[in-house]
Design a protein around this ligand. Structure first.
Ligand SMILES: CC(C)(COP(=O)(O)OP(=O)(O)OC[C@H]1O[C@@H](n2cnc3c(N)ncnc32)[C@H](O)[C@@H]1OP(=O)(O)O)[C@@H](O)C(=O)NCCC(=O)NCCS
Length: 163
């Protein structure tokens, strides 16, 4: 783990982290597709790869309120995390974050969260929040967040039905 560096985003990282996001979300959207069925999935998540990459690219825009850090291993970017501070509530928030699938479960996510907690403390935040899915495909994210100390939960459920 000592060979992992967490650093601020550089413009040359943007394409790499957009690709990491798409790769990391593949199993999640595959689960959604199986669960929702083809019709609903096509209606609810059209072109999800393009949309996920767009979200990540938008967060990288210097005009966007989010900050972005990346995890680098041996000169390669292998993960990213977006986050922002809220000066009114002093509750920071973590947004999209992912580790390249072949580098997951090696502690990189945990390192990114710890780095962001420290950044948010220095920005004056008193709490930090993150939202994730309660479905089986988000089990790695929930486990990683709980390991990083997120211990207060307000679960929610999204329902669909055919009309
Ligand atoms: C969430 C994510 C960023 C965590 O990154 P990571 O580098 O794998 O995290 P860590 O190695 O620090 O692991 C933290 C914990 O999660 C567990 N974990 C990681 N991958 C897992 C998996 N596929 N299944 C179950 N647990 C998993 C680890 O085992 C570890 O727990 P442990 O110490 O009790 O074993 C990564 O799984 C990911 O990119 N997921 C897909 C995208 C995503 O869900 N992003 C968050 C959206 S809200």
């Amino acid at each position: 783990m000592n060979d992992i560096i967490i650093r601020d985003l550089r413009p040359t990282d943007v394409d790499v982290i957009a690709d990491i996001a798409v790769a990391a979300w593949e199993p999640i959207f595959a689960f959604f597709r199986r669960t929702m069925g083809e019709d609903l999935f096509a209606a609810a998540c059209p072109d999800w790869r393009k949309e996920k990459a767009r979200q990540v690219r938008a967060a990288c825009d210097p005009a966007h309120p989010a900050l972005v850090c990346v995890a680098e291993k041996e000169g390669q970017v292998v993960g990213f995390i977006t986050f922002h501070a809220n000066d009114a509530s002093r509750i920071g928030e973590i947004g999209n974050n992912a580790v390249r699938p072949d580098f997951q479960s090696a502690g990189i996510g945990t390192r990114m969260y710890e780095h962001v907690f420290e950044r948010l403390r220095r920005l004056g935040m008193r709490f930090v929040k993150v939202g994730t899915g309660g479905d089986p495909a988000h089990a790695p994210a929930r486990r990683a967040y709980e390991k990083a100390g997120f211990s207060i939960q307000l679960p929610s459920v999204t329902y669909y039905r055919a009309l």
